[in-house]
Structures are given as C-alpha cells and as structure tokens.
Design a binder for this molecule. Structure first.
Ligand code: SF4
Length: 351
C-alpha cells in the first residue's frame, strides 16, 4: 500500500493543526522546488520533512514529437512501477496535459495498448497530481527565448487507466487541482468507458466536482460495442441513455454538456448504418457532443478508418443535427496519441 504525503506527514507530526498541512499543500503548486523552499513552515520542520519525497514521480525519459507540439514522459512511481503522461500544445496557445490514473487498465478495450497490459494498481492522488506538477516544472526549464507557452490550461484524464475505477483518488485530485490552480471545471475532462455504478454515484456525490465528462461510446449498436469494449455491461446502451438523461437534467446547461467519444475502426463501427444508429441514440438524449477519434495504430486486430470514411460519417451526423467534431491526432510519431500509451515490463515503449 502506497502512503500518501499527508499520511506520512500525520505520522511524523500527529499533533500539528490542520492548517499546517494546507500551508504545505499550497507550496506544492507554487514554484517551490523542494522542502527547503517552503518558507511558510519552520526550518526544523522542513528538515524533518526531507524523509518524505517532494515529488512522487521521477522522469525516466521524455520524447518530443517532430512538430514539437507533443511531449511524452515515462515516469517512475513508488514501487518502481511506470506510467506515461503527455503534454500537448492546444489551440488556446497553452498546453493540455493528459494524465494517467492507473498503472495499466482492466477494461481491455480492443484498440488500446494500455488495455493489453492488464491492471497493476491504481495511482494515489499524489501520483496523479504530480503528473501536473512535473509538467509545470518541465515547462519552466524550457529556454527563455523558446516560443513555448508556459501555462497548462487544460487537463484530460485520458491516459493509462479507467479514472472511475479509481474514483476516490481521482475525486481528491480534481478537488485539489480546482483549489490550488487556475484551471476551471470546464477545462478538465474525465473520460470513462462507462463504469455505471460510479456514474450513478456522481449524480448524488456532493464532493464530486462537476468537471466535464466524456463517455467512450465507440458504438450505438450493442453487439459492436461489446466487440470493441469486451468489459461493457449487458444492455449498456439503454442504461447509459437513462443515466445521461438524468445527469443532463441535473447538471446540464449551455456550458455543461456530455461528450461521447467514438474511435473510428475500419469496417467495425464506421459504416453509414453505425452513423445513423449513433445519431438516433444521441438525439434521444439531448445535450451531447460527439468526438470522432481517428484510430492510432497499436499492435491489435483493428485498422484505421480512411479519412474519407470519417468525413462521410461526420456528414451523416451533421445532417442529423448533431454537434460532432473529429479530434486532431497529435504525437502519433512518439506513440503518445489516444490508445497508444503502454509500458511493457522491463521494456519501456519509449527510448
Ligand atoms: S481505452 Fe481507456 S478504459 Fe479502455 S483499456 Fe485503454 S485505458 Fe483502459
């Protein structure tokens, strides 16, 4: 069991008032580089705290795409496990980071490299937050005249793992990011394959911050979805529809919609029949946007849909009045695109 920094602090200083930890936590999100820089606490406490790692992730390798707009890091966490995290330049002139929530994943989506690893363990909140802290600190090391924006404006939980299978630690992470950074709720997206009990929990959990949710749908035809996401619940689609309607009734507004993600797989879910089924499904629900994802090749049975097929699919959705877009593929040359994150035991996927 990995101990959080807070647990280690409480063990070291059992009678400190609660605000002391808040002072320390606040420092994690400043330019402080280590315990020595936390001048809001006493020198003796700073010295005692050096037994707790300032960062819970340690970079092993960093790869940069040819265009320079995507950076991928392989990070070592406690117990020598490894995860990947990605930094991508966004259209807002800042950066989006894609964070991992687990080491591996149990969901086995057929197109996803992480799914082939199986699940090793879930990350604790420190390890998810530190992916943000790592990139923030990385950006400050870029040369001063480099035309690189230094600000992270968006976070997507689309790296390794199923975030809702690690609900409590992801919730803790979200609340801390919202508390200590200027990244707002509409700039954070948690992507889920559709863990129904946790989606249900979100409806009534007062501590769940209403960031954006994206559900990886991949097909509005039950048998096709099961083929792509073998761990999909029985009768997933009517259950999702029922949940989505209740979610949107409670939280939906002009700025708060749901997103359905749809990876385009040649001959599997990309035909006009699939497009019409998707349009019908979405139109029953309402305030949902569709994001088509060009498939990024990994070592698996599926193939990429052609650009013309994706365009035709998109036109059918538009003709049925859906708000649908195609995601820009970034970092394919360094295996940092959607579905490509993987760490093979003793053989990292990046050099
Ligand atoms: S796509 Fe997401 S949920 Fe599916 S196996 Fe990959 S990491 Fe897990």
């Amino acid at each position: 069991m990995i101990q959080s920094r807070r647990e280690q602090f409480d063990a070291l200083f059992p009678s400190e008032p609660a605000f002391r930890w808040n002072q320390i936590e606040d420092a994690f999100f400043t330019s402080a580089k280590g315990w020595d820089d936390v001048t809001t606490i006493s020198k003796s406490m700073r010295e005692a705290l050096t037994v707790i790692p300032w960062m819970s992730v340690e970079p092993q390798t960093i790869q940069v795409s040819l265009k320079g707009d995507t950076h991928k890091a392989l990070l070592k966490v406690a117990d020598e496990k490894e995860i990947e995290t990605v930094l991508m330049k966004n259209r807002r002139g800042a950066w989006t980071i894609c964070v991992s929530s687990q080491v591996g994943c149990a969901m086995r989506c057929g197109f996803c490299a992480t799914g082939k690893m199986g699940l090793t363990r879930s990350l604790i909140a420190d390890e998810i937050i530190d992916q943000y802290r790592f990139w923030q600190s990385y950006l400050t090391t870029q040369p001063p005249n480099h035309p690189t924006p230094s600000r992270i404006s968006n976070i997507v939980f689309m790296g390794m793992g199923e975030p809702l299978a690690n609900y409590e630690e992801v919730k803790k992470t979200l609340n801390l990011i919202l508390k200590y950074t200027d990244i707002g709720r509409t700039r954070i997206t948690v992507s889920t394959v559709g863990v129904l009990p946790r989606l249900e929990q979100i409806l009534t959990d007062r501590d769940w911050p209403h960031i954006r949710l994206a559900v990886s749908l991949h097909s509005a035809i039950e048998e096709t979805r099961k083929k792509i996401v073998p761990t999909s619940y029985d009768e997933f689609l009517p259950k999702l529809e029922d949940w989505a309607k209740r979610y949107l009734q409670t939280f939906g507004n002009r700025r708060h919609h749901l997103t359905f993600e749809y990876v385009m797989l040649k001959g599997v879910n990309d035909t006009p029949e699939h497009a019409r089924a998707l349009a019908k499904f979405v139109n029953h629900i309402g305030n949902v946007r569709v994001n088509l994802i060009p498939y990024n090749l990994t070592d698996c049975e599926f193939e990429k849909s052609s650009d013309s097929t994706i365009q035709e699919f998109l036109e059918i959705l538009h003709a049925k009045h859906l708000i649908a877009t195609t995601r820009r593929t970034m970092g394919e040359d360094i295996a940092a695109a959607c579905g490509q994150l993987i760490v093979v035991a003793n053989k990292p996927s990046i050099d």
